[in-house]
Design a protein around this ligand. Structure first.
Ligand SMILES: Nc1ncnc2c1ncn2[C@@H]1O[C@H](COP(=O)(O)OP(=O)(O)OP(=O)(O)O)[C@@H](O)[C@H]1O
Ligand SMILES: [Mg+2]
Length: 390
């Protein structure tokens, strides 16, 4: 039974009581940095209760809709103008997504949306493309795009805010200006401070106005927890399950959920040297795939290297017994494990047998010995403690 799922945030109380309840129930460790972030989220939750801006003429940021919502307080009471959102930044595994989810679930806002930032940007490009086709006269697509976004949600919660793509960088400034002008409130998690977004990339100058808008409109809060809770969690998990039966599958489901906070991730495709490596599910640096998905396909060392560096953990179903008759599969598995081992990528697996019994005797058995030994080491607490080399 998932105790955490039982303690749902109560929309009548907000994220801070939900956080405290989880700490009290022992689901979460008490953490002063998280507590402080939960307090800030609680303030935003209060201000947003019943927030329901109607799609209408945009007004100046901080003026119209937001001005009414956040009642601009003048110099006379010495209080800074309240921000229209929060940007939670910190290292991996500090609990940013967990806190944002508590806030999102509790938010008493009729139109709200939580989305991975990358998916949001893909959706924006798709919509711009469709709009341009329907309006070939060259009108600006950003304003109608912002109208449509507000019509769907006045509160947007973005997980894993990151800008790698020049096409994203080029539209973000104007898009966010249009969103803030309409009263859209943004909450985001990120591993990168606003000042460091898109750093060192060609075209960064054109991106600077976006950074300025974010810093002006949104409160930036560093979540400086001392612990990487995700790493702590995998250390407590059994990582090798054999035989690969229904019990093992459920254990892998639970491990995936524990590590990502979600029952299922979205499919992901890694592009490697023009080829595609397809992962059926991925979220928050964790991939889930079966042995056949990775080792029964014509994939090679570069593909496995991409998997081992891109994900800190691979949850792998159904590793079969291997033997000289199907050595191609075994060779790919050996290469995958080498890449993972070298990059300290963690493995949670279900398999037909324990590592030392996985390869049946015969040709190349000696070659598999090193893999078996690595697989044993990869289950050790010492290995699970090592930082991933991405
Ligand atoms: N105080 C805590 N006690 C126990 N577990 C925690 C605590 N905070 C977070 N966790 C758990 O640690 C894991 C990582 O947390 P989360 O995914 O929120 O981190 P994150 O900061 O978003 O990391 P990333 O930057 O990689 O996205 C999750 O399973 C989460 O439930
Ligand atoms: Mg996260």
């Amino acid at each position: 039974m998932d105790v955490a799922a039982q303690i749902r945030p109560n929309p009548a109380e907000g994220p801070l009581p939900a956080y405290r309840a989880r700490v009290k129930a022992g689901v979460l460790n008490a953490d002063p940095a998280q507590q402080a972030a939960a307090e800030t989220l609680q303030e935003l939750w209060h201000r947003l209760r019943g927030y329901d801006p109607k799609p209408s003429e945009p007004e100046k940021p901080g003026g119209g809709l937001l001005g009414r919502l956040f009642r601009k307080r003048g110099a006379e009471d010495g209080v800074k103008e309240a921000p229209c959102g929060l940007y939670l930044v910190g290292q991996v595994g500090r609990g940013k997504s967990m806190l944002m989810d508590l806030f999102f679930d509790a938010a008493d806002v009729p139109r709200k949306r939580r989305i991975h930032f990358h998916s949001f940007m893909q959706e924006c490009h798709q919509r711009i493309h469709t709009w341009k086709k329907a309006n070939p006269s060259g009108e600006d697509p950003i304003q109608p795009l912002a109208d449509r976004i507000l019509a769907e949600a006045a509160l947007l919660c973005f997980d894993e805010f990151q800008v790698h793509d020049i096409t994203d960088a080029m539209i973000l400034g104007r898009l966010f200006e249009a969103l803030f002008a309409r009263g859209v409130v943004i909450v985001a998690t990120s591993n990168t401070a606003p000042d460091d977004l898109f750093k060192g990339k060609p075209g960064r100058d054109a991106f600077l106005p976006f950074i300025a808008i974010i810093k002006k409109q949104v409160e930036v809060l560093a979540l400086d927890s001392q612990r990487d809770y995700r790493r702590d969690r995998i250390r407590g998990l059994p990582t090798w399950h054999s035989p690969a039966d229904g019990r093992a599958e459920r254990a892998l489901d639970a491990a995936y959920r524990e590590l990502t906070g979600e029952a299922h991730g979205a499919p992901m495709v890694l592009e490697v040297l023009g080829r595609k490596v397809e992962l059926p599910e991925a979220a928050r640096g964790v991939a889930r795939a079966s042995f056949d998905d990775l080792c029964n396909k014509p994939l090679g060392p570069a593909d496995f290297l991409a998997v081992a560096t891109h994900f800190h953990t691979l949850v792998m179903d159904d590793i079969p017994r291997l033997n000289p008759d199907n050595f191609d599969r075994a060779r790919r598995f050996i290469t995958l494990i080498d890449a993972m081992y070298e990059h300290r990528c963690k493995l949670v697996a279900s398999a037909a047998a324990t590592p030392d019994q996985l390869y049946e005797h015969g040709q190349n058995a000696a070659m598999f010995e090193r893999t078996a030994s690595r697989l044993m080491e990869m289950q050790s607490q010492e290995y699970l403690k090592l930082p991933h080399l991405s």
